[in-house]
Design a protein. Structure first.
Length: 301
């Protein structure tokens, strides 16, 4: 664990743009990362399925076909991840790259990649599929992970995963103090489900939860044609930390970065000195048992 106690997190409200080629994709990502780094962010969070933006450069016919677009994005991920590695090194930041479909031997998973300034890459797959992902034949990943980084221990709960308390609880019990929630929802109701889940997971686990959504319309794309989201960083509602549990929050569907300064030392202190002791009192719930030790700790620092 680094001696760093305060972390500035930038969460993206990220529009899916129709870009003509990989050079345009690199230009857009480069501008976004540079802006967040110039804003003092040390951890940058991009959304779930933001990588589907890559379908545009494969052509209109592929972008309009779900199966073809999944393959096209999976094929492009190694190149775009190498570019993220370069950006992370150049700006000295940690980046959660936008998740996308990744081919694993005989199936697709929805994979987010956490990239460090040293060029290390940690991968977290989504665990619980939404109805539309089942229609796309996206399947659940195998490993639930927590990443040891220079910023502390970080867990990733991709969109729908954040709505299931025991997944995030297992990461918290493995030491995660920051949970990243890349999301992709098409309606206001979906955006608020993810927001509600983020507030609940922060409260239950005395941790910070950072949400990054896709926003706006991309009617040329079969997979992420409509997007509605709110970026934000959430903590337990606690006097002196945040009366509402909201450290920072964007305006619905407005592209841009949302910045929050997370005081990890204050969060750690809440576990023993807070108004309430949710982590300590978790076991008092009827039926509560220690979770199986099934979380893989991945060292990225």
């Amino acid at each position: 664990m680094s001696a760093l106690q305060r972390i500035r997190i930038a969460t993206a409200q990220y529009p899916i743009d129709k870009l003509p080629d990989m050079a345009a994709v690199r230009d857009k990502l480069g501008r976004w990362v540079a802006e967040a780094a110039d804003g003092g962010a040390e951890l940058l969070v991009f959304p779930e399925y933001g990588a589907m933006e890559l379908t545009a450069i494969a052509g209109d016919a592929i972008a309009a076909d779900v199966s073809a677009s999944l393959n096209a994005v999976s094929d492009a991920l190694p190149e775009i991840d190498a570019f993220h590695v370069d950006l992370a090194r150049r700006h000295g930041v940690h980046i959660l790259a936008a998740s996308g479909p990744m081919w694993r031997t005989d199936r697709f998973v929805n994979a987010a990649r956490l990239i460090t300034p040293e060029g290390r890459v940690g991968v977290q797959d989504k665990h619980i599929m939404t109805p539309f992902e089942r229609d796309w034949n996206i399947t659940a990943g195998a490993a639930l992970r927590v990443f040891e980084t220079a910023l502390g221990r970080i867990g990733i709960a991709i969109c729908y995963d954040s709505e299931f308390p025991l997944l995030v609880r297992a990461q918290a019990e493995a030491g995660a103090e920051i949970i990243l929630v890349p999301s992709c929802t098409e309606r206001v109701s979906g955006a608020h489900r993810v927001r509600t889940a983020a507030l609940a997971r922060a409260l239950e686990n005395t941790c910070a939860v950072a949400v990054s959504p896709t926003v706006g319309e991309a009617t040329w794309c079969a997979t992420v044609d409509r997007n509605c989201g709110i970026a934000g960083t959430y903590v337990p509602a606690e006097a002196g930390l945040s009366d509402t549990g909201v450290l920072a929050e964007g305006q619905l569907n407005t592209p841009g970065w949302v910045y929050a300064d997370v005081d990890l030392d204050a969060l750690r202190g809440l576990k023993s000195r807070g108004e309430m002791r949710n982590v300590e009192d978790w076991s008092l719930q009827p039926g509560a048992v220690p979770l199986p030790q099934h979380v893989e700790l991945v060292k990225l620092a």
